[in-house]
Structure formats: C-alpha cells, structure tokens
Design a protein around this ligand. Structure first.
Ligand code: HEM
Length: 391
C-alpha cells in the first residue's frame, strides 16, 4: 500500500521517486495523520490555482501550517488572503513588480554580481549561495523595499535560520522561531522609523499603506507584508541559482552552449525552475467539499499542491527527468498559478539572468566541489544550502 509522509527522512533525501508513485497510483493522496490531501499531477496543481471557490489561504499555506496547524510565520499578508480582499490588496502593489518597473534593478544587480565575482576570483573559490546568490538577492530586496543595505547580512541570516530545520524536521525549529520573531521586530521597527519621515516610505510600502484608508495600517501589519516579501524574495532564488550553476556544470555541453550564446540563459533558467523547484509544496484548506480522482475531500481539510512533482509529471513534460535547456516548457508550476501566482517572478528571472551572464562571461569553466555540497534538509525546500565553486 502506498504511503507518503513529507517529514520522513527518505522523502526529504530524495522526494522524486515518491512523487512518481503518487502521480501514478494516488493523484489525490490522503494522509490521515495530518488530515491533509496531496495533489501531485501537473494539471490538478495548475487548475487549483485558479479555483476561487474551493480553497482558502486564510489558515496558512506553508506545509507545516496546513498539516500541523503551525502558526509561526503566518503573518497577515497577501499570501494568506482570499478574494476579494486579496485581489484589491495585490492590485495595489502589483505595478511595482512588472517587468518595466523591475528593469531598473538590472544595473545594480550587475554591479553587485561583479563585486561578488571579484571576491571569488581573489580567493579562487567560494560558496555560490552565500557569496553570490543570497548576497545579491537580499540586497535587491532591501532596494525594492527601501531598507538599509547595511542590514542585508543581518536579514539574510535571519531568513536562513527561519527556514533551517532541526535534525528531525517537523516544521519551524526553535531557532527558526526565534529568528522569525527577530525579523518581525526588525521590520516593525523599520516601519515605525519610516512612518514619520516625509516621503521616506519606499514605493512598495506606500502602496500597502494606501490600502487602508486613514493610514490605519499599523507598524506590525506593515511588518507582516514586508516579512512575506523579504522571505519570498530571499530564500527561493538562491536555491534555484545554486541548482542552475550545478546543473550546467553537470552538463558541460549545455553549459558551453549557454556560455557561447547568452540568449539561451532564460531557457536554462526556465528548465532549472522546472527541474529543481526548491519549494516542494504550498497549500490551502478546503473551503467546501470537493471530489477529485474519485476521492471525496471535505471542507476544513488541508490540501497541499506538490509543485516539484507537478514539474516532473510525464503527462505534461515528455521525458521529465531529463535536464534539457532546449525544452522551452511553455508553462511550469514553479511560480504557482492563478490568483496567488508569484508576484516576484520577474525580479527572480532578472536576478538569475544577470548573475548567470556575469558568471559565465568571467568563469565559463568553473568547477564544483561536489564533496562539500551541503544539501537542505526540510519538508518544504529541497536543494542545496552550500555549493562550493572553484574559479
Ligand atoms: C525563483 C524564485 C521564486 C519562486 C520559486 C517563487 C515561488 C512562489 C510560489 C509558488 C508562489 C505561490 C504561492 C501560493 O500559491 O500559495 C509565490 C507567491 C509569492 N511570491 Fe514568489 N517565488 C520566487 C521569488 C519571489 C520573489 C523574488 C519575490 C519578491 C520580490 C516573491 C514574492 C512572492 C509573493 C509576495 C507571493 C504571494 C503572492 C500572492 O499571494 O498573491 N517571490 N512565489
């Protein structure tokens, strides 16, 4: 009998064989221990994103929130709002994340990347995650949100601690909870400091503030919105970038092609997002009874969308376990779909493109020290915590 538990060490080590069994044998799988359903096929995950009636995000979207009722990290923000409030709030900030607006970040991203590569060149080696991808992405977040760049390293440390699991992962660790509280304190204090200063709110903060007439948005509530943006922007992309660098190294012929034709870089990013989606799943609660694949799901139960499985579904992607930059998949599950689709996808793609352009231009034949790669150990994220590179 098929059994699947996202907290089990075997699943955390390599979830993909488990996902294949789920897709083939139980596309709507029920885990009684958590009173939660798991959807593993691409079409189900994709369609769920646009279903405005069957699901609610208001009781949390992270796996531990859905399965265990954990409340750490469940701040009031657009991620945990339903229409129509969600639609209204999201519309207020959406402009700031459109391609035309985020294009202004390209020059600073390039400059920061060049500085990081200079550092790697002088040392001859370094960690792709800490010394390049996280370093750049957290600074981009600071720019986007108007936060002091000097605090970037403090923030990235808190984000990393928040997502790092204890030895037996069952959601947020004690240290992660402490880091979460520190981050909220920091962001609340930041909001308080920004409030009075004339015109000092960054654009995005200003947009959130406008959402609540009479400026009733409290500093704590503003901190919740910022928490989502800081964590959403800082945790995921470095994981994707680390895999991008790793996969190209693993496939030297594809790396050589990309290095000689940088126009292929967006295709390589798209394929890595598909092949190595770091966020394994996010979910909702059922807002009404639903029938799927002959299973009866009940209102109030949890439901998790297995993005990483959807991206390897052979019903959507031919030969899905092959990494191929020429695949050009027209749609992938990595930014979600429908109403909560990732608002920062253009920022993420821009960061990845510029960092890879610069890396390949300078070190087209970098080496990776596979012995010292450190894998992530979490029910939520799969990928690498540390990727040592030699240049
Ligand atoms: C490769 C990097 C990224 C990946 C894989 C990713 C993935 C996702 C996914 C799957 C969702 C859908 C959540 C759901 O349906 O519950 C989402 C939502 C979101 N993401 Fe991203 N994200 C990335 C980068 C970013 C960046 C750079 C930002 C900010 C600048 C960001 C901000 C957000 C926000 C605010 C939401 C919530 C949107 C809503 O609820 O309406 N993300 N992201």
């Amino acid at each position: 009998m098929l059994s699947y538990d996202p907290f089990s060490p075997e699943v955390i080590e390599d979830p993909y064989p488990h996902y294949r069994r789920l897709r083939d044998q139980a596309p709507a799988y029920y885990a009684e221990a958590y009173d939660t359903w798991f959807l593993s096929r691409f079409s189900d995950v994709w369609n769920a994103g646009s279903d405005r009636k069957s699901f609610t995000a208001t009781r949390g979207v992270a796996p531990a929130q859905v399965m265990l009722g954990e409340t750490v990290g469940m701040q009031p923000s657009i991620a945990v709002m339903d229409p129509a409030a969600h639609t209204e709030m999201r519309a207020l900030i959406a402009d700031h994340f459109k391609p035309g607006r985020v294009a202004s970040l390209e020059a600073p991203i390039r400059e920061m990347t060049r500085d990081c590569l200079e550092g790697l060149a002088s040392r001859g080696a370094g960690d792709v995650v800490a010394e390049l991808a996280s370093h750049v992405t957290v600074r981009v977040s600071c720019r986007l949100l108007g936060m002091p760049i000097e605090d970037a390293d403090y923030l990235v440390d808190l984000v990393t601690r928040f997502f790092t699991r204890a030895d037996e992962p069952q959601g947020t660790s004690d240290d992660g909870t402490e880091a979460y509280q520190k981050m909220l304190d920091y962001l609340t204090e930041f909001s308080r400091r920004r409030r009075g200063a004339d015109g000092a709110w960054s654009d995005v903060c200003q947009a959130f503030r406008a959402a609540e007439p009479g400026s009733s948005l409290s500093d704590e509530h503003m901190a919740s919105h910022l928490f989502l943006l800081v964590t959403g922007a800082t945790e995921t992309l470095p994981r994707v970038f680390a895999k991008l660098v790793y996969r190209l190294w693993e496939h030297p012929e594809q790396r050589a092609e990309v290095a000689s034709s940088p126009a292929l870089i967006p295709d390589a990013i798209q394929e890595t997002l598909r092949y190595d989606m770091p966020t394994q799943m996010l979910g909702r609660r059922l807002a009404r009874d639903l029938e799927l694949h002959g299973q009866r799901m009940r209102a109030g139960q949890g439901i998790l969308f297995l993005y990483a499985s959807a991206n390897r579904d052979e019903r959507e992607f031919p030969d899905p376990d092959r990494f191929d930059i020429h695949r050009r998949a027209p749609r992938i599950a990595s930014f979600g779909s429908g109403i909560h689709m990732c608002i920062g996808s253009h920022v993420a793609r821009l960061e990845a493109r510029v960092m890879l352009e610069e890396l390949l231009a300078r070190f087209p034949e970098y080496e990776i020290d596979t012995e010292h790669i450190v894998p992530l150990r979490s029910e939520m994220h799969h990928g690498f915590a540390v990727v040592p590179i030699h240049v």
